[in-house]
Design a protein around this ligand. Structure first.
Ligand SMILES: O=c1[nH]c(=O)c2nc[nH]c2[nH]1
Ligand SMILES: [Zn+2]
Length: 439
């Protein structure tokens, strides 16, 4: 039994509907046994009740629930930084050539290691991962993920048109490979499966029907895809599906819009689409760095909230700009500011919720992770800036917990992630000062 002593912050309630949702213990204690939180509260109180628990002293930094990234592409870690293009050109020139390289399982394994290590070192403990087009690359990914201990919800990406021939499959093969992957990996350790057509532009009705067949056969797997990201993409989808009412309808008609669905982007939704997403309790994964880098547009968060659509946050590596959910939160804040009166003011509690608990809800994992309530898994990130860094200086002068949290989102980076746990297991620990290798 371990007793973690730290400044703790979390959002077990939704700050978009419950003001005062940010819960703070400036000198808090979390009692953890077998990876689960058994007690929480002021340190002195938890200590008095459990005098024999082994102490882990994390004073000097801030302990947050592990971040939950609800949209991130495993095959794209090496092609981050492809600036200067919009979505369809970026796919053709920057991204799909790299995705084709994952046909080689050795290459795929190396990329999977780089990807998973980047998640952990940025404090992400759970991720909804857009996979590779190759089933063999997914086997590599899932077996590497099992070794890291991270929670991953991931699936093979399927498409049958308009990408590159070597990335295309058929509905029959998509179904057969998906079924085999689900049977091999779904529910194994901390791994879950997500059925993943790339987007309706590259997925015929036959592919979407094959996805629907998998969703019906395996009622616990998740679903993810892209939607309404870029005006040229939206127009092309309209032409490819002349009978569909809108982009969402291409998924809806196949029965793919449900509580288990997470649709990335949704920068250009219609009111009808928002109403249907809310009615089916499907999530929009907002990816503000990607929307900025690819010039996709300003996400209408306020319209989503008013329609009752659940929203979570994703880095969208490699359309995005890295794995940091702190940076993603800050960019979400910027974009709402830029929307002026149409924007939703994102205070620090909302940013923390979007980066943690909202993701757990999107994935149906809110009873397991996303906050520090008793009974949850101990999934946590310990942020402690290096001494003398700007964040260190600013935190020393922060005059409230809300300001501490705002400072972490404003200035925090991967360098500030000191330790990360999933289910009580340490999955990352920063090298001690002075041990960095200099070049
Ligand atoms: O941001 C995105 N990244 C992708 O890889 C992709 N594929 C289809 N649509 C996409 N959007
Ligand atoms: Zn994406």
């Amino acid at each position: 039994m371990k007793l973690y002593r730290a400044a703790l912050m979390h959002t077990p309630d939704n700050p978009f509907s419950a003001p005062g949702a940010l819960q703070v213990q400036e000198d808090g204690g979390l009692l953890v046994e077998d990876g689960q939180i058994l007690a929480s509260g002021p340190y002195a109180q938890v200590r008095a009740a459990h005098p024999r628990a082994e102490a882990v002293d994390l004073r000097g930094g801030v302990l947050l629930p592990g971040f939950i990234d609800t949209h991130v592409h495993y095959p794209q870690v090496r092609v981050l930084g492809g600036l200067g293009m919009q979505l369809l050109e970026w796919l053709d020139r920057n991204t799909l050539p790299e995705e084709a390289r994952l046909s080689d399982p050795g290459y795929a394994r190396a990329v999977a290691r780089e990807f998973l290590s980047a998640l952990a070192s940025n404090g992400t403990t759970t991720a909804l991962v857009f996979g590779s087009h190759y089933a063999s690359a997914m086997d590599e990914f899932f077996s590497e993920a099992a070794q890291t201990g991270l929670r991953v919800v991931a699936g093979q990406v399927v498409s049958d048109r308009m990408l590159r021939p070597e990335l295309h499959t058929t509905p029959e093969r998509a179904y057969a490979e998906g079924k085999a992957l689900i049977e091999r990996w779904h529910g194994v350790g901390r791994t879950l499966y997500a059925v993943t057509p790339r987007f309706s532009l590259s997925a015929s009705e036959g592919i979407l029907d094959a996805c629907a067949a998998l969703m019906q056969e395996f009622p616990d797997v998740r679903f993810t895809s892209h939607i309404n990201e870029n005006p040229r993409e939206v127009q092309t989808v309209r032409e490819l599906f002349p009978g569909a009412r809108d982009y969402l309808d291409t998924y809806e008609r196949a029965g793919l819009v449900t509580r288990r669905s997470v649709l990335a982007h949704n920068v250009h939704p219609t009111d009808r689409e928002l109403g249907v997403m809310a009615a089916h309790r499907c999530t929009a994964a907002h990816c503000p760095c990607s929307n900025s880098a690819l010039g996709s547009g300003l996400f209408p968060l306020r319209r989503h909230l008013q329609a009752g659509v659940h929203v979570s946050l994703g880095t969208d590596v490699g359309g995005g700009t890295g794995f940091s959910m702190l940076k993603e939160g800050l960019q979400a804040y910027f974009m709402q500011q830029l929307l002026g009166a149409a924007g939703e003011a994102l205070d620090p509690a909302k940013l923390l919720y979007l980066a943690t608990r909202a993701g757990a809800e999107a994935l149906g994992l809110e009873d397991l992770t996303g906050d520090f309530s008793v009974g949850k898994a101990f999934d946590a990130v310990y942020l402690r800036p290096p001494e003398g860094s700007t964040l260190d200086t600013v935190l020393r002068h922060a005059d409230s917990p809300g300001r501490v949290l705002a400072d972490l989102f404003t200035l925090g980076t991967q360098q500030d992630v000191a330790q990360v746990w999933v289910g009580g297991d340490a999955v990352y620990r920063r090298a001690a000062a002075g041990q960095e290798v200099s070049v």
